[in-house]
Design a protein. Structure first.
Length: 141
């Protein structure tokens, strides 16, 4: 059967094919049901972490990493054990702001806390940009 309007073909239909179990999957009893979760995930404590400060913005290049580094260094200066998790997987800037070197790694060991005497950088970037890394917010005219 063909539906037309003003001589134009809109759609085509045919008798639908239907099979009770097209893949031949075994069936026994009722299918498993999984709990549906709505809303926020369950809040769980992070071991050895008392407080979490999140620095967030949907816009790039507004200073999130700079704020996070300055907060972490200020907390460390006061003797508060501090850690930073940079979730920007495409262009993490925390290593640049802290003048760190080496390859990123992920393992089960804990990193030593930054000593409270670590100086807060007055300006950034602390090192010249690498030509192999894409730079953000650069305009060529």
């Amino acid at each position: 059967m063909m539906a037309t309007m003003s001589g134009k073909r809109l759609f085509s239909t045919c008798r639908p094919l239907w099979h009770d179990n097209p893949l031949g999957l075994p069936r026994s009893g009722t299918p498993p049901s999984f709990p549906r979760r709505r809303g926020l995930p369950e809040k769980r404590k992070i071991r050895d972490v008392k407080k979490v400060v999140a620095v967030s913005s949907a816009k790039g290049g507004v200073g999130k990493s700079t704020i996070a580094v300055n907060l972490a260094l200020a907390f460390a200066r006061r003797g508060i054990r501090t850690g930073i998790l940079d979730t920007d997987i495409f262009g993490p800037s925390i290593p640049t702001l802290l003048n760190l070197s080496g390859e990123p790694r992920l393992d089960d060991s804990a990193l030593p806390p930054i000593p409270p005497s670590y100086p807060i950088p007055k300006s950034h970037p602390l090192s010249p940009p690498s030509p192999s890394l894409p730079q953000r917010n650069t305009h060529q005219t």
